[in-house]
Design a protein around this ligand. Structure first.
Ligand code: KG4
Ligand code: ZN
Length: 335
């Protein structure tokens, strides 16, 4: 089965074609980061309008690069939520209209299921069951995964998501949007040990997270440095490193707990923050210590993309699922 995937939940227009026999045939992405950067974050109305412009050219590009004609696509999967409702409606309406024109089934896919399954597109995909850490701009969740659609939530963030904490902290420190890659880049020059930040909610049992206090702690530290006239590039890097280390160690402690609690050996990380090199290294070491294994997607499939939606949609369409009569666009939607 050959499925076209369409992702428009936030500020990336992603389109891809996945073939159940041959794997990923082509994928294309347009990132709106430059459009939103001057506002310091995503402007929903601008995001929706830009998705409208990008979809047709991206679909054409993907079909051409895959060498596949319109009549050779068997189904269309689109992100139905969670995300910005206007942006979701653009992708959903477009996908449903295209499916109607091509006389193929359409299916709304959960964005986080897309992220969760993105590592399946790699040469060495994880086998079920596994523990997944989903870390994106909107979500931080630990999930037990026993198969496609068999997800058990083990823990989640009670306030900010990990990516959101990176973005907000970066903004408070005067860095560019999106903050995750900016903080990671600065942290590389940071001096370890100059600042040590708290590891929230690690001193009590459980698998939930909280990152908003850490953001405030970082802001207070940075403002103290600024007030003392110590606001040069090195100090900014030292603060960025302390923040990144605190997030990474907190996530590592909770993942270790989740592996121990479930008795599972395989850990999958997915979502934008899974692109973070320090996080990958820390989890690799932790999983190795438990004789386990870590899996993640290539960097461009950690952040939003069409390939993960094409893959997740293909699995579900092959299982016989397809949309009902109403168009689905859900700003909030539990996995
Ligand atoms: O999965 P994603 O593309 O979109 C959502 O579904 O939210 O994740 C975007 C998030 C942003 O918060 C961004 O700052 C973060 O992922 N991110 C990173 C890195 N690359 C992206 N965070 C930390 N380190 C990175 N290298
Ligand atoms: Zn995402």
């Amino acid at each position: 089965m050959r499925v076209l995937g369409i992702e428009t939940s936030c500020d990336e227009t992603g389109v891809a074609l996945y073939d159940s026999e041959r794997g990923l045939l082509a994928d294309a992405l347009f990132s709106q980061i430059d459009l939103h950067r001057i506002y310091g974050g995503v402007v929903p109305e601008l995001a929706s309008r830009d998705h409208v412009k990008r979809l047709v050219p991206l679909v054409r590009e993907v079909l051409e690069r895959a060498g596949v004609a319109e009549g050779e696509v068997d189904g269309i999967a689109y992100t139905a939520g969670p995300g910005l409702v206007g942006a979701l409606l653009v992708g959903g309406a477009f996908a449903r209209a295209l499916a109607f024109a091509w006389q193929v089934p359409a299916l709304g896919v959960h964005h986080m299921e897309g992220h969760l399954l993105a590592p399946m597109l790699e040469d060495r995909p994880p086998e079920f069951p596994f523990v997944a850490l989903l870390v994106s701009g909107g979500h931080t969740q630990l999930v037990r995964v026993d198969g496609i659609g068999q997800y058990q939530l083990l823990g989640e963030s009670l306030d900010d998501a990990a990516g959101e904490a990176f973005d907000k902290t970066a903004k408070l420190m005067g860095l560019r949007y999106p903050g995750g890659p900016e903080i990671a880049r600065l942290a590389e020059q940071g001096q370890s040990g100059r600042f040590v930040f708290p590891r929230p909610m690690t001193d009590r049992p459980g698998l939930d997270f909280s990152f908003s206090g850490l953001k405030t702690f970082t802001l207070n530290t940075w403002q103290r440095c600024v007030a003392e006239g110590d606001d040069g590039e090195q100090t900014r890097s030292d603060v960025a490193l302390a923040f990144e280390q605190a997030v990474v160690e907190t996530l590592t402690i909770k993942c270790r707990r989740a592996l121990k609690a479930t008795g599972l050996k395989r850990l999958v990380i997915a979502g934008g923050v899974s692109a973070n090199r320090r996080l990958r290294a820390s989890l690799e070491q932790m999983a190795g210590g438990l004789k386990g294994e870590l899996f993640y997607a290539r960097t461009e499939f950690c952040t939003d993309n069409g390939a993960m939606i094409a893959y997740a949609g293909c699995q579900r369409l092959m299982a016989g699922q397809q949309d009902g009569v109403g168009l689905e666009a859900r700003a909030r939607w539990p996995l």
